[in-house]
Design a protein around this ligand. Structure first.
Ligand code: IPE
Ligand code: IPE
Ligand code: MG
Length: 251
């Protein structure tokens, strides 16, 4: 196969792709370098995937950049990641705007260092009118944190008489999540071969198709994304039904 791109059905693209960008540390280790070297080299993969989603016409790309649990890493690494985030935002803002990319975040960004928060706010504001891909960065994010926060707000609204129990349903609950207004990802990619979810988008991935590749994140390029989309398009999404229900034989 020359390129998976030639085999993609452009009428059946995921609207939302989510990525657990994993394996930066192992990538660096293989090269005998410090972990931060892996994180720095991850930026090119982010560029490639963002540009590719924009070109294909994917509407939302959610990247797991820093989990709640990642705060437990050595301070040196956390500081390095935060610095990298600020530098990358400053460096990429022009390209984001050129490509009509709109930036947003999910997660407890109030925990990020002040200059990170400032730069994020600035970049979000600069790109707010862009009409192409929405690039959603999950920062200081975890699925359980998000669900807990939603539950608390829902209880507060119920106590304040803004909502009644009989009106609470899945759609209403989704409005309380960080991803409110964004469709669930049809496709979730995890790099570096780990077979776990690591507290990412727990509610939203109920019926998401998973694509797990051994490729380490700093090596991930457009061709890998084409492969993931192609793989997604080979699946039969049954949502609990039978295959026969989805493909009735004409008699
Ligand atoms: C993913 O790569 C990046 C972040 C979690 C911030 P890792 O840093 O987890 O790399 P590995 O898993 O140790 O190889
Ligand atoms: C998940 O990767 C978080 C991000 C990619 C930001 P980790 O490397 O932190 O996941 P675990 O701890 O190995 O499950
Ligand atoms: Mg990891």
């Amino acid at each position: 196969m020359a390129s998976f791109k030639e085999h993609i059905d452009f009428n059946n693209l995921p609207r939302h792709i989510a990525v657990i960008m994993d394996g930066n540390g192992r990538w660096a280790k293989k090269k005998g370098a410090m972990r931060i070297f892996g994180h720095r080299n991850a930026v090119q993969a982010v560029r490639d995937v963002t540009e590719c989603c924009g070109e294909l016409g994917v509407k939302y790309l959610t990247l797991y950049a820093f989990s709640t649990e990642n705060w437990n890493r050595p301070k040196e690494e956390v500081d390095g990641l935060m610095e990298l985030l600020v530098n990358t935002l400053k460096q990429e803002i022009g390209t984001l705007t050129e490509n009509q990319v709109k930036l947003m975040t999910i997660g407890d960004t109030s925990h990020l260092p002040a200059d990170c928060q400032r730069n994020l706010q600035w970049a979000i504001n600069e790109t707010r009118n862009n009409s192409g891909l929405t690039l959603n960065l999950a920062l200081s994010y975890s699925g359980r944190w998000e669900i807990m926060k939603a539950v608390k707000q829902l209880v507060a609204d119920a106590k304040a008489g803004k909502i009644e129990e009989k009106d609470i349903n899945e759609q209403v609950f989704e409005n309380y999540l960080q991803t409110s207004g964004i469709p669930d990802p049809e496709l979730l990619i995890r790099t570096s071969g780990e077979l776990r979810i690591s507290n990412f988008l727990l509610w939203q991935i109920a019926y998401t198709e998973l694509f797990i590749t051994p490729t380490l994140w700093p090596d991930f390029r457009k061709e890998h994304l084409y492969e993931a989309i192609w793989s997604y398009q080979q699946r039969e999404r049954r949502f609990g039904k039978t295959s026969e229900q989805l493909n009735p034989v004409s008699r």
